[in-house]
Design a protein around this ligand. Structure first.
Ligand SMILES: Cc1cc2nc3c(=O)[nH]c(=O)nc-3n(C[C@H](O)[C@H](O)[C@H](O)COP(=O)(O)OP(=O)(O)OC[C@H]3O[C@@H](n4cnc5c(N)ncnc54)[C@H](O)[C@@H]3O)c2cc1C
Length: 511
């Protein structure tokens, strides 16, 4: 017999399977010894009240054992498939596009400008330790895309656009912890993601797909109105319909598409700074305890939104127990972002705090107008060796900087600045008011002399869109997907979007 129920337990009870089973037995009024197994279907933290509780939805097995958690996807062999397709970019969108093509009997030929995720670890370490950037292999480019060295948060609101559960199940199939299927805010961690990505690549190649690294696509080829292949910077050419999943940092692809007559448009985005607090302050604030999170709770996170003069200011991509990294992909431009290990165990909590930038407010009316605004911020924030501009949060809000900084997780040097000098006035003033609003929401605990701002947070979503609503616009054969196409943001939504692009391609060419 299987009984389904919801219980609320203490963090300590939630951390021990036997204590969960005891709590379930109590609620069901059955002897604990009659329970053969308990499966957690949903797990969330309720920190609204002083005593933090863990809410669990359970399937309780009495006198029987549970079946497998899910049926793994078996990939058919596609070595001799009649149809092949090109996937440009091997970030979340490209990875899941390639898997979906195989599931549909199409052989993917993946072309990725960067290096394998394991080689890439050396390149990101060189950037963090020595400030030396490889423009093809860094925190944005290379196998796994921008999602490989991240917090690996898998939370998304985009479930309407496709099957997010399928993405999570595939991640588990390739090595992620099964808890991501039940946690309300699942995350993987930058130390586990490379292993999972490597496993997916092996499966794609074993099924007969191709994955080529250090292959930068420089332009698409067209026959009449139809996109029929790509040309790489090394002169090699590949023929077939194209899933373009190059992410939002690949500016060269936008310019190449524009030169070839494809339709592009400017897109609204957001920009701001990363704020870093000691993690124990965030734990105390969210868990209502001076002692912090204690032994049974995870590093706490927060999510704030405020409307300042009708403009959204919000926290973005929070990394509890993480570090801030230089996420630039070009010399002369700086972007920062956050990543965390699976344990989320560093002493820092960082989050992007960003201000909405609307395309309607742009002065110029061309596809690159928003990109230029973002580039201008990144250029103003750049210092040789990827040193980053920084200012204390309390001093930024007061508008009087002493120039003194705090210790930070950012691995490169920090340069004391007034944020008003490096950010556009609208962004700086909205941020200042936004921080004051967040501080009120947090009972006066968010603005502190222990928090630091590091700029700029600019790679929040694409500033350019490649419209795909009408084949009339782009012709046949081109499937823009993921964050770079301007239709997704975040690992899971990009993965869903890549899968959907592969299904559309399958429908058009094999349907
Ligand atoms: C440090 C960091 C932390 C993040 N943390 C999170 C998080 O915790 N949770 C979350 O949901 N999102 C996070 N994000 C955002 C997330 O990574 C992106 O939304 C997601 O990776 C977008 O997927 P994508 O496949 O569309 O593009 P990308 O991941 O950007 O992948 C594009 C790929 O295309 C390749 N490419 C580009 N141009 C070419 C070309 N011309 N030829 C061949 N290949 C090319 C690139 O090398 C890259 O591998 C983070 C991003 C960063 C930088």
């Amino acid at each position: 017999m299987i009984r389904e129920l919801s219980i609320s337990v203490t963090p300590k009870e939630a951390s021990v399977d036997a204590l969960i089973a005891t709590a379930a037995a109590r609620k069901l009024r059955v002897p604990a010894s009659s329970i053969t197994s308990v499966r957690i279907r949903r797990r969330s933290i309720d920190a609204r009240r002083r005593e933090v509780r863990i809410n669990l939805s359970l399937s309780v097995y009495i006198g029987e054992e549970p079946g497998p958690l899910f049926v793994p996807v078996s990939l058919p062999g596609v070595s001799h498939a009649k149809r092949s397709a090109i996937v440009v970019g091997f970030g979340p969108a490209g990875i899941f596009a390639a898997l979906t093509l195989i599931e549909n009997g199409i052989r993917p030929i993946v072309l990725e400008r960067g290096r394998s995720v394991h080689e890439r670890m050396k390149d990101t370490a060189k950037l963090s330790r020595e400030g030396r950037l490889d423009p093809e292999s860094n925190y944005a480019f290379g196998e796994g895309g921008a999602g490989a060295f991240s917090d690996g948060k898998l939370y998304t609101r985009s479930s309407k656009r496709g099957d997010t559960g399928r993405i999570l199940r595939l991640l588990v199939q390739f090595g992620a912890d099964p808890s991501i299927l039940s946690d309300s805010h699942p995350h993987i961690g930058s130390d586990r993601l490379p292993y999972i990505i490597g496993n997916i690549r092996t499966a794609i190649i074993s099924a007969g797909g191709e994955v080529h690294f250090c292959k930068r696509v420089s332009r698409l080829q067209k026959k009449g109105d139809e996109t029929c292949g790509v040309v790489c910077t090394d002169g090699s050419e590949y023929a077939g319909p194209v899933i373009l999943a190059t992410g939002h940092s690949a500016k060269d692809i936008y310019y190449s598409l524009n030169d070839s007559g494809y339709v592009l448009e400017a897109k609204s985005t957001a920009a701001g700074v990363r704020v870093e607090h000691p993690q124990h302050l965030i734990d105390s604030m969210q868990y209502h305890s001076k002692e912090g999170r204690g032994p049974y709770l995870p590093a706490a996170s927060y999510s704030f939104v405020a409307q300042i003069g009708g403009r959204g200011v919000y926290s973005f991509c929070m990394c509890p127990g993480g570090v801030i990294v230089p996420a630039a992909s070009e010399e002369g431009y700086l972007a920062v972002n956050g990543m965390s290990p699976a344990s989320r165990s560093t002493r820092w909590a960082n989050s992007g705090i960003i201000v909405e930038l609307r395309k309607e407010e742009l002065e110029a009316d061309d596809p690159f107008a928003m990109l230029r605004l973002i580039e201008d911020i990144e250029r103003r924030c750049y210092h040789p060796g990827f040193a980053a501009p920084a200012e204390r949060l309390d001093e930024f809000v007061k508008g009087s900087s002493s120039g003194s900084l705090l210790r930070s997780s950012y691995p490169r040097p920090l340069v004391p600045v007034h944020m008003d000098e490096v950010l556009p006035p609208l962004v700086a003033s909205s941020l200042r008011e936004g921080f004051m609003a967040f501080d009120r929401m947090a009972g006066g605990r968010f603005i502190t002399d222990e928090a630091l701002l590091i700029a700029p947070e600019t790679r929040t979503s694409s500033p350019v869109r490649i419209p795909r609503d009408s084949t009339m616009k782009q012709g046949r054969g081109l499937y823009p997907a993921g964050e770079g196409a301007g239709y997704a943001g975040g690992i899971v939504s990009a993965a869903v979007d890549g899968s959907e692009a592969a299904l559309r391609l399958g429908g058009d060419y094999c349907g």
